[in-house]
Ligand binder design. Structure first.
Ligand SMILES: Nc1ncnc2c1ncn2[C@@H]1O[C@H](COP(=O)(O)OP(=O)(O)OP(=O)(O)O)[C@@H](O)[C@H]1O
Ligand SMILES: [Mg+2]
Length: 318
């Protein structure tokens, strides 16, 4: 994608913040707006700002949350396959599953029923994080397992001070030991998702090139601005990736709009809709083990290489 993460200034509170990194984006009317016979709603009318992310602090893992409040857009599939590709390239990766559905475990060959410490425990008791990691089917890739107990966290934290910063605390002792910490999130903005954004340097946004995709992205930009204002002023967008892409007119037009809006933040290629990606979790292995030569395998491999260049501009430590 070519865009380098740029330096930011440090303000009097010691936090990175640079207004120059915020790009205004405007939408122009096109001659032939998308139409599926009705109104697809695929083209947003309002403006939104795209906060850009800043480089990782030397010697610490980059923390990246994969998020989109829209459900079923390929967040978990992307976490599993990007993490696997980078681990196979030699990066030390930790995946933190912040979704009560807990699907990262099956996708990475971890038996959830055998885990004792999960993301819920880590958020409630951050000091436990080092013991919460599990090995996976992929060498160099560790997982903190999410499970249905995450649903009750909101209530358990209700009276706690600093409840949005639990994951910051939990990841602090882990960051020197990894190159990348990738966080999978649920399709909702719960206290757990807010913890993920508060602990992150950057955000990776999977967007399905489909009906109403851009409205979901506009909603997410509003959330990011709120988190920046209140909790984590250096949070920014690392990249946008297109998922479940098919060669239809609608998919192609939505992809075009995303490229227009996000410019070189958009990763190429789009991930094609591919049955091999959908069946991989049932095999308990990522696509790189199940069907590396499938369209899904090839697309994720190319896209993860783009992310490797973005996240590790100096190359991976060997
Ligand atoms: N490129 C693809 N082609 C075909 N199927 C896909 C593709 N990407 C993901 N899927 C399948 O689509 C479904 C939704 O994907 P996934 O679980 O990754 O989305 P999600 O955004 O994490 O969902 P949720 O919001 O519920 O957490 C899954 O069954 C997955 O296997
Ligand atoms: Mg998911």
């Amino acid at each position: 994608m070519g865009e380098e993460l740029t330096d930011s200034s440090v303000d009097e509170t010691g936090q990175s913040f640079d207004d120059n990194l915020i790009h205004d984006v405007s939408f122009e009317e096109v001659e032939h707006p998308i139409s599926d016979g009705n109104n697809t709603g695929a083209k947003p009318r309002r403006l939104f700002d795209i906060p850009r992310s800043t480089p990782t602090e030397e010697g610490l893992a980059r923390v990246v949350t994969v998020t989109n409040q829209k459900g079923g857009v390929g967040k978990t599939t992307s976490v599993i396959n990007i993490a696997t590709h980078l681990a196979m390239r030699g990066a030390r990766i930790l995946v933190v599953d912040c979704d009560a559905q807990g699907n990262c475990a099956s996708g990475l060959g971890v038996d959830k029923s055998k885990t004792t410490i999960t993301t819920r425990d880590v958020i409630l008791t951050p000091a436990i994080s080092i013991q919460a990691r599990h090995a996976t089917a992929v060498e160099g890739l560790h997982l903190i397992v999410g499970d249905h107990n995450l649903v009750g966290v909101e209530e358990a934290l209700a009276a706690q001070l600093g409840r949005e910063r639990r994951l910051v605390e939990a990841l602090a002792p882990l960051r020197p030991h990894y190159d990348l910490i990738l966080i999978d999130t649920a399709p909702s903005m719960s206290i757990v998702s807010v913890n993920a954004l508060t602990a992150s340097d950057g955000i990776l946004i999977p967007v399905q090139t489909e009906y109403l995709a851009l409205e979901g992205v506009a909603l997410l930009m509003g959330t990011i601005q709120e988190v920046r204002r209140l909790l984590n002023s250096s949070l920014g967008v690392d990249a946008v990736m297109m998922t479940m892409h098919a060669p239809t007119l609608l998919n192609t037009q939505v992809a075009g709009h995303l490229r227009e809006i996000f410019g070189n933040l958009v990763l190429e290629p789009p991930i094609r809709r591919n049955i091999r990606l959908a069946e991989s979790p049932s095999q308990g292995v990522p696509i790189q083990f199940h069907a590396p030569q499938s369209h899904g395998g090839q697309d994720y491999s190319l896209l993860a290489s783009e992310l490797e260049a973005l996240w590790f501009p100096g190359g991976l430590r060997t």
